[in-house]
Ligand binder design. Structure first.
Ligand code: C2O
Ligand code: CU
Length: 497
């Protein structure tokens, strides 16, 4: 038990050791920021949008002049962005041409269990003749193409899709299996927020590169994984020394002197960021948060710096009209050291008319569940422990077992979950959004505002969440979104009946 004062003084802490790249790295702020292309539907008939994506290996130049093998959705990293309307159903047919089975999960989606990407519900590789034994034979499919249907009957926000295969999620995401999915609606569009080229989705990841240009990752290299001193960083979480935004190293983006809407996603396996926007003279630009993981806040929250854990999203307005023409605004990670401190830069190059606005009240449909509505309170510890004959990560003292039901709840029930962590764990619930009720016995932090699907528990910290389990019945998950922790046991089953 930490005192409130001690808990409030907790800083985000980075666990895991940084892998060092063995190729020459570009200097920061040279490579232009790419914006992932928006995927065109193959049909829009009968009230739903249908998409097709082929999961395949490609070789791409992430670092200028260095060819790197990637696993991709549709040939690019990040995968193409899907843009949808609230309540309009989307089907994505994924064909697997990778050498391994995959699982697709739409993170933050309110998705029926059959399409939620359970970790043993595989899309088999085309032409695969491997060992078909899996942990959960009932969940097996033999498809090489799998259609996922997403009703998207939910608040507009930035979702993301990524691999979720049991025990192999972390290396699959590291190799490139991640893309963004924006949900929009008329109410949000009527607010007058920055749009078009002044709305930028930013997927932040870290990676390291081996001497041959391939992505370095301990588990992909058995000789590395067995070496003492390398296994431990793998267990804590894998960090790279190169920061990529939308797949480009430390990119730069030329902007108008106007408001921009930054849709920020931390898709890193294990790296935490504490972002700030700094001018070369050291002056900081406000980060005006308008949305969280699950959509708009009630009112904007202004931050000087904004911590973001793996899988979290923040919807942020930055006003480049407040800085002198020609300024460079660097986005810096206060938790990073050396080159990994830089993230990207904006270069203010054009005067412009700005008709956007940021209303004082953004929305009025946020759920406000009261403590008195909760029909039960549950406790979960997120801690290291013994797993088999090695070191693992456990929820309530147990590593993930697809055959065990950890939590059973009834559709429509409101519950309070009390979580406690040993080291830094970003805890994610599938299907539902939740509100953060408290942290370390005190009030939530400014960045806890709004509806969340991932909460960043700092070392030694506890937090209380409240949510209603509605939407669909079936088997869902909750887990730590440090992807290495997730693969090493820190996941549990949630059955909604
Ligand atoms: Cu981002 Cu269980 O997933
Ligand atoms: Cu964790």
């Amino acid at each position: 038990g930490l005192s409130t004062a001690a808990a409030l003084s907790l800083r985000p802490a980075q666990t895991g050791a940084e892998l060092r790249s063995a190729v020459p790295l570009p200097s920061p702020f040279q490579v232009p920021l790419p914006v992932p292309s928006v995927l065109a539907p193959v049909s829009t008939a009968d009230g739903f949008d249908r998409y097709e994506l082929v999961q395949r290996e490609v070789t791409a130049e992430i670092l200028p002049g260095v060819p790197t093998g990637l696993w991709t959705y549709g040939g690019t990293f990040p995968g193409p962005t899907i843009e949808s309307r609230r309540g309009r159903s989307v089907t994505v047919a994924h064909r697997n041409e990778l050498p391994v089975p995959t699982v697709v999960h739409l993170h933050g989606g309110r998705t029926p269990a059959d399409f939620d990407g359970y970790p043993t519900d595989l899309v088999l590789p085309a032409g695969w003749s491997g060992d078909h034994h899996m942990h959960d034979p009932q969940a097996m499919t033999t498809e090489v193409t799998r259609e996922y249907t997403f009703p998207l009957d939910q608040r507009p926000t930035l979702l993301w899709y990524h691999d979720h295969r049991m025990d192999f999620t972390a290396p699959a995401i590291w190799r490139g299996l991640a893309g963004m999915h924006l949900v929009r609606d008329d109410a949000e569009e009527s607010l007058g927020l920055p749009t078009g080229p002044r709305e930028l989705p930013l997927m932040i990841t870290d990676r390291a590169f081996a001497a041959d240009g391939s992505l370095a990752y301990p588990a992909l290299d058995p000789t590395l994984r067995e070496r003492p001193g390398v296994r431990e960083p793998y267990v804590a979480g894998v960090l790279g020394d190169v920061i990529l935004v939308n797949g480009a190293p430390w990119p730069v983006h030329e902007v108008d002197a106007a408001r921009y809407r930054l849709r920020i996603l931390n898709a890193s396996n294990a790296r935490h960021y504490d972002l700030e926007a700094v001018l070369d003279d050291g002056h900081r630009l406000d980060l005006v948060q308008i949305g969280a993981d699950q959509g708009l806040l009630h009112v904007p929250v202004t931050h000087q710096n904004l911590p973001i854990a793996p899988a979290e999203r923040y919807d942020v307005i930055v006003d480049f009209a407040r800085v002198p023409m020609g300024s460079r605004v660097r986005i810096v990670n206060r938790l990073g050291s050396g080159r990994a401190r830089d993230v990207m830069a904006f270069h203010v190059v054009r005067k412009a008319v700005d008709e956007s606005r940021v209303p004082d009240v953004l929305c009025s449909d946020l759920p406000e569940w009261q403590r008195s509505e909760a029909v039960r309170v549950r406790d979960f510890s997120f801690r290291a422990g013994q797993m088999g004959d090695g070191h693992g990560w456990l929820i309530g003292g147990k590593p993930f077992d697809p055959a065990r039901t950890d939590v059973t709840t009834r559709l429509g029930d409101v519950e309070i979950w009390r979580l406690v962590a040993d080291v830094h764990h970003p805890v994610h619930l599938h299907l539902v959004g939740f509100r953060v009720l408290s942290r370390g016995g005190g009030p939530p932090l400014p960045q806890d505002a709004g509806l969340k699907d991932t909460v960043s528990l700092r070392p030694g910290e506890s937090a209380e969440l409240i949510t209603r389990f509605d939407g669909y019945r079936g088997r869902y998950l909750f887990h730590c979104h440090n992807a290495e922790h997730e693969d090493m046991g820190m996941m549990a089953n949630l059955q909604i009946t």
